[in-house]
Design a protein around this ligand. Sequence first.
Ligand code: NAI
Ligand code: UGA
Length: 339
Amino acid sequence: MAVIVLKCPEIEVAVVDISVSRIAAWNSDTLPIYEPGLDEVVKKCRGKNLFFSTGVEKHVSEADIVFVSVNTPTKTQGLGAGKTADLTYWESAARMIADVSKSNKIVVEKSTVPVKTAEAIEKILNHNSKGIDFQNLSNPEFLAEGTAIQDLFNPDRVLIGGRETLEGQKAIEALIGFVWTGSYAPTSGLPSYRSLLPNANAFLAQKISSVNAMFALCEATGADVSQVSHAVGKDTRIGSKFLNVSVGFGGSCFQKDILNLVYICKCNGLPEVANYWKQVIKINDYQKTRFVNRIVSSMSELANNDVGSNIIIGSIFKNNKNKTNIDELRTEIRFTVKT
Ligand SMILES: NC(=O)C1=CN([C@@H]2O[C@H](COP(=O)(O)OP(=O)(O)OC[C@H]3O[C@@H](n4cnc5c(N)ncnc54)[C@H](O)[C@@H]3O)[C@@H](O)[C@H]2O)C=CC1
Ligand SMILES: O=C(O)[C@H]1O[C@H](OP(=O)(O)OP(=O)(O)OC[C@H]2O[C@@H](n3ccc(=O)[nH]c3=O)[C@H](O)[C@@H]2O)[C@H](O)[C@@H](O)[C@@H]1O
């Protein structure tokens, strides 16, 4: 949103959140997230055409276009727990939009929502007795944490999906007004767009798991994995990105999106495809365990002395992120030390 307001000064954007502390932070000198370049953009536009507020209902009712980027974590209980996305926040946001709206609106999905289940959102929005027309568009975000502003200024691609009706196409045209650059892919039905981000993320994660599997073999055979991965990355069909060996991928999206994909494949009678993607997560778990085992065995004193001391080993894969993979590793380390 910050980049949209910078590029489109004539458009007023209100960023709303039910979290009072988050909005207070957005209005302060210390923003709640760190991204290179974000501070400058926010400080330049805040109070002019960019506002942060907890007045969710007021701003939603006044808006022409509502972008929804609420959290969609992996479900922790009920049907599909540990696999599919928890749409509670999305559903409650959709209900609120339907309740407070007094005029037609374009509702843009920024959250990663699974294909098919998202049809329920359209039903919630369109099941109103006020005669309001909601056009639901999908505009998946491809930014990565740590390079978000750069990714938004120079996107590889911008995708917008909507209904193949006259109203749907008009809504897409209206949204394109906000999307100032990047290649604009031809539109097609919403299911294609909702399938895109989880599948693209699964492909990227699969590359990391492949290079980490290659790493294990390189170590066993005395080869230098950086030379091998460099050579593999020179193949333009494969490319050099996402070929860095690591302690396994973390982050907020890969694991949750792949679990979602696995669940959807199973629900659609495709167990083999589900197992294929599941394997990417299994290799990632194997990589984490391999890393931890290596650390623990090289610290023999720690391995032989289960005194419950807290030793935290952290790892940051890349600069400019305010998160690390440390939580996952901490769990793994405790488990390893105690057994
Ligand atoms: N973080 C990333 O790099 C990317 C995230 N996504 C997707 O975007 C979505 C959001 O991700 P994050 O920003 O990382 O999550 P987040 O958890 O940091 O932020 C979500 C915010 O939504 C607020 N919220 C929940 N319900 C609300 C409601 N009814 N009204 C107003 N605010 C509400 C929460 O208070 C929270 O502050 C997820 O679906 C994620 O998969 C997609 C691409 C990139
Ligand atoms: O759907 C999303 O939310 C986003 O998920 C990822 O973005 P992000 O999770 O911010 O982080 P990345 O920098 O892409 O890395 C993900 C994980 O993979 C690991 N990684 C990445 C690259 C690599 O070569 N090796 C590797 O182990 C990182 O350490 C990190 O834990 C994708 O890169 C974005 O395109 C996507 O929009």
